[in-house]
Design a protein around this ligand. Structure first.
Ligand SMILES: Cc1cc2nc3c(=O)[nH]c(=O)nc-3n(C[C@H](O)[C@H](O)[C@H](O)COP(=O)(O)O)c2cc1C
Length: 389
């Protein structure tokens, strides 16, 4: 079974992840994992954490001499800021004086603080925010980087870009794979349109000055996906549903759309469904358009997979919103600690990982095999079947 889990608090010693179900014999590029971790940290409008630490993953198990063993892979990303938090976050019982405890008692609207505090019956909402924080997604990206390496072995690439930020431009950008691949790694907002990006950057500056925050929309595109991943047969095998859950689980993502998604509901069928063609030379079916975003009936159809994630604005505002002190029940400004103005490009990178993990999982289900060689033989046999269809 292909699955992963993460552990770790935002200011704890480290984040860890265990990824199970990779085939044996896959070459692992550790620098690629670190590069992905850095990509998650970039982006205009992020807070100060990138300046403190540049994430690096250490592989603790499951890889030997550069190749996967087929056993669980453990990854660890240390929190370099731990040195400043050892008292506050220590696992041992200790008496930290109140002025040094960094207790959180003024919940932030839009964050997990209050609902989590009530649920877990803790009067220090740091117990909640330390895990709710998007820092946890660094561990997901480390796993996602391994999933991407498996996918690349089968010709699949996954990329993301920002198509709208704070409502700019009015209509979310629609761009080709080639345009997405031409985005420079250091583009401030991972956007294909320079003019739109300049407006977005100016808006981020304006909201930063005002102590406010912004949301936006990213799109993840996966290319080279074989037709036939996922299944129409049961609700939880439909790949669109699995992708939606994976992308929705990213903190602050509040809507997920596949292909034309939301827009499709207001258009007639003739402007939505992708007409079918056949390419004699390649012996494969084609589509004149791709509004379905590569999925029909919960099954990949061989077109580019296109998944959008809509982020709400960051909930920690420097110009804090109204809240209530949980001790006194008096109105107070919500708590504030170092925070991003926007994180849409980073969320796109995290979503690349989540999409890669879902696709890798679907590939493992369909093609099985204990080793990469066995998986490839099964894959090649299926490709042959498709050519004869
Ligand atoms: C990459 C990324 C960075 C984030 N950074 C912050 C941040 O600095 N401050 C903050 O309040 N929320 C931040 N968030 C959003 C919160 O983690 C999220 O809103 C919170 O955990 C509540 O979960 P929900 O919005 O999914 O309901 C970030 C989200 C992502 C994806």
């Amino acid at each position: 079974m292909f699955r992963f889990t993460t552990a770790g608090e935002s200011h704890g010693r480290a984040l860890v992840a265990i990824l199970e179900g990779m085939p044996a014999g896959l070459p692992v590029d550790q620098e690629f994992i670190n590069h992905e971790l850095e990509r998650r940290q970039w982006g205009y409008g992020r807070g100060g954490r990138m300046k403190i630490e540049r994430d690096r993953a250490e592989i603790l198990s499951g890889v030997r001499h550069g190749l996967t063993l087929g056993s669980p892979i453990t990854l660890m990303v240390e929190n370099k800021d731990w040195a400043n938090w050892t008292e506050v976050m220590n696992a041992e019982p200790r008496d930290v004086p109140p002025e040094k405890s960094r207790r959180v008692k003024r919940p932030r609207p839009g964050h997990a603080d209050l609902a989590g505090g009530q649920k877990y019956d803790t009067r220090d909402m740091r117990d909640i925010l330390e895990r709710a924080s998007a820092r946890e997604t660094a561990a997901r990206v480390a796993c996602g980087a391994l999933a991407k390496q498996l996918l690349v072995a089968f010709g699949v690439e996954v990329k993301s870009h920002v198509i709208q930020l704070g409502g700019l431009p009015d209509v979310p950008l629609e761009v080709t794979w080639e345009q997405i691949t031409s985005i420079a790694d250091d583009a401030p907002l991972r956007c294909t349109d320079m003019e739109a990006q300049a407006l977005m950057v100016a808006l981020v500056d304006e909201k930063k000055r005002a102590g406010d925050t912004l949301g936006g929309i990213f799109e993840v595109v996966a290319r080279g996906v074989v037709p036939g991943l996922g299944s129409h047969t049961s609700w939880d095998t439909k790949l669109d549903g699995r992708l939606a859950q994976a992308v929705m689980s990213i903190p602050a993502v509040k809507a997920v759309a596949i292909g034309a998604g939301v827009r499709a509901s207001s258009l007639p069928g003739s402007e939505v469904h992708d007409e079918i063609g056949y390419d004699e030379t390649g012996r494969q079916f084609t589509r004149h358009t791709n509004r379905a975003g590569g999925l029909e009936g919960g099954i990949t159809n061989g077109e580019e997979l296109r998944v959008r994630g809509h982020l709400k604005p960051i909930s920690t505002l420097r110009r804090a919103l109204r809240s209530v002190d949980i001790d006194t029940k008096e109105e107070e400004a919500a708590a504030f600690e170092r925070s991003d103005v926007t994180a849409v490009p980073a969320a796109g990178v995290i979503a690349e990982s989540m999409v890669a993990l879902v696709l890798a999982s679907a590939m493992r289900e369909k093609f099985g095999g204990d080793s990469l060689g066995e998986m490839r033989r099964n894959f090649d046999g299926y490709r042959e079947q498709l050519r004869g269809y």
